[in-house]
Design a protein around this ligand. Structure first.
Ligand code: AHG
Ligand code: MN
Ligand code: MN
Length: 335
């Protein structure tokens, strides 16, 4: 960033952007600011995780049977509380809670949006100081304003998202979000405690030399998936050489894909017969972001992930996501 340039904070940006759309009510902008505020609190805890005795497991398992780390609980509480006290959200569904939470005070019930969150993604990375993230997704409710929300408000196909985004707690902390119009990236400036516009109008490079998948499961994947991996493995030095990356945090994989291009995939196999990643909390928001940035997101060789009708809040789905040209190569092999 050029030091002489005026930096625009997330609040300033969302308010300025509102002025371009006279019909907008400002509710979505308000919601994004509420999410940004919770993210800053989580960021503080993430940064002191090593000294504040919040490393390690909290001794419980979440609804998916995975162990819950203390930071997962903290992040879950922060986002839910921020949305509960907000006047822009009528309910939230979280990867950490079995059921969605309706907000039934008069202001919340009159708002038109529901939010889905994965409060801490990649939590296996916490203890080893590698990037983790938060993922969020916003839908317009189907139930009438003024009534409590219901589960169908949350079970909408991803193409209906109004906005989606993530926070990455990495070498710097960033908040990246997409609306139907564009993808914008903000970096937290710790000196003023504000997210500042650093990556305006993000576009996913159409081609790249990066592929990302857990190759540890290579022999467990079905044949066509193994062939896509083979496609990226150089047979001799005259061929295009791809770089393999796997962080174990979908937020980090997608962030890298938006900046440098590439493909990230988490296919189905054995114990994860429907894939591992969650449709509503992880794959839909990331697919929305990547599509809005010019990339492609599929659940197999042909089906657009954003067109899948969710049946359960916590359902899992295989995902193939990334740069347009690389995705076309994968599609040709998978279909
Ligand atoms: P979460 O921490 O929310 O459970 O998600 C972790 C996910 C995802 O971000 C990552 O891509 C994947 O788990 C890694 O799984 P494997 O270790 O099976 O590859
Ligand atoms: Mn996750
Ligand atoms: Mn999680």
């Amino acid at each position: 960033m050029n030091n002489h340039q005026k930096v625009m904070t997330l609040d300033e940006f969302t308010i300025q952007d509102l002025k371009n759309y006279p019909a907008a009510t400002g509710q979505l902008s308000g919601l994004l600011r509420d999410i940004g505020r919770a993210a800053k609190r989580v960021n503080v805890e993430v940064n002191k995780a090593g000294i504040a005795d919040i490393l390690g497991e909290a001794g419980k398992t979440n609804v998916q049977g995975e162990s819950v780390k203390k930071l997962d609980e903290f992040a879950n509480d922060q986002f839910i509380n921020s949305l509960r006290s907000s006047i822009y959200c009528c309910g939230v569904a979280s990867e950490e809670n079995e059921e969605f939470i309706p907000f039934t005070d008069a202001h919340s019930m009159n708002s038109k949006y529901v939010v889905l969150i994965d409060p801490l993604d990649g939590s296996g990375n916490i203890d080893v100081n590698v990037s983790i993230g938060t993922i969020f997704s916003v839908y317009r409710r189907l139930t009438p304003n003024g009534s409590p929300c219901d589960v169908n408000d949350f079970l909408q196909p991803g193409r209906e998202q109004i906005a989606a985004g993530y926070i990455i707690y990495g070498s710097s902390t960033m908040l990246v979000y997409a609306t139907r119009r564009s993808v914008q990236g903000f970096t937290l400036d710790p000196s003023i405690g504000e997210f500042c516009l650093s990556h305006p109008d993000l576009k996913c490079p159409p081609d790249s030399d990066i592929f990302s998948v857990n190759v540890g499961y290579y022999h467990l994947y079905e044949e066509k998936v193994r062939h896509t991996i083979d496609h990226f493995m150089a047979k001799n030095e005259a061929e295009k050489i791809y770089r393999h990356r796997f962080v174990g945090c979908m937020v980090a994989e997608i962030h890298r894909t938006l900046i440098q291009g590439g493909v990230f995939f988490y296919p189905a196999f054995g114990k994860y017969k429907n894939g591992r990643l969650r449709l509503c909390y992880e794959c839909n928001p990331m697919s929305f972001l990547v599509e809005k940035a010019g990339g492609v997101a599929l659940m197999d060789g042909k089906t657009r992930l954003l067109d899948v009708q969710p049946e359960q809040l916590h359902q899992r789905i295989p995902v193939f996501i990334g740069s347009k040209l690389l995705m076309e190569q994968m599609q040709a092999i998978l279909s």
